[in-house]
Design a binder for this molecule. Sequence first.
Ligand code: PRP
Ligand code: URA
Length: 217
Amino acid sequence: MARVSPQQFPNLTVLSHPLIQHKLTILRNKQTSTRDFKQLVNEIAMLMAYEVTKDLPLEAVEIETPLEKTTGSQVAGKKLTLVPILRAGLGMVEGISQLIPSARVGHIGLYRDHSTLQPVDYYFKIPSGEADRAFFLLDPMLATGGSAVAAVSALIRAGAQKIRFLCLVSAPEGVKAMLDAHPKVPVYAASLDRELNAKGYILPGLGDAGDRLFGTR
Ligand code: PRP
Ligand code: URA
């Protein structure tokens, strides 16, 4: 199948920083251990967060240095909120939290039914003040897009208005599903891969992200 170009998707930004791409290649390797996999997911998430937050609005703040008063800048608005989609999204939280220690963390529990590939939801908890918060929805894999679309819909139902979706590996099918369902939600990925296989796994992909992160199976 011909490779789909990221330019075909106006909602998608592929983060091509050399360190992200280097780490992603190690992540894809089936020889990579659970310990290294976990560390790499966090490192890539941290590097992605640096890029994804570069247009956050700032506001002026008066402070006093040891020498005099001055005006500095701080990120405006309520605390940023990370929302991992369980389980695999949890792997991205620690890395981003190191960069944004004040971030709040919500959780959305979803798993993909193995035969229908439809998302099944089992948990939802996010901090209050939804309408004013910037949400960063986290999941390493955007495959059919069913889980991401359902998670964004749940956030919107709860009142969220500013949502960005961060994943490591995306498939064209998933990016299109997000574009169709939630065209205003930006998708950031370390890679747009080729396609899905018959079981809904991303090719070349990195396998089952949850299993590789938590050493299950
Ligand atoms: C994986 C992944 C996404 C979902 C992507 O989770 O972490 O949440 O599949 O697939 P989709 O785009 O086709 O919905 P999984 O259902 O395996 O649950 P887990 O993280 O608990 O293992
Ligand atoms: N979920 C995963 O963990 N991996 C895939 O390739 C697709 C969905």
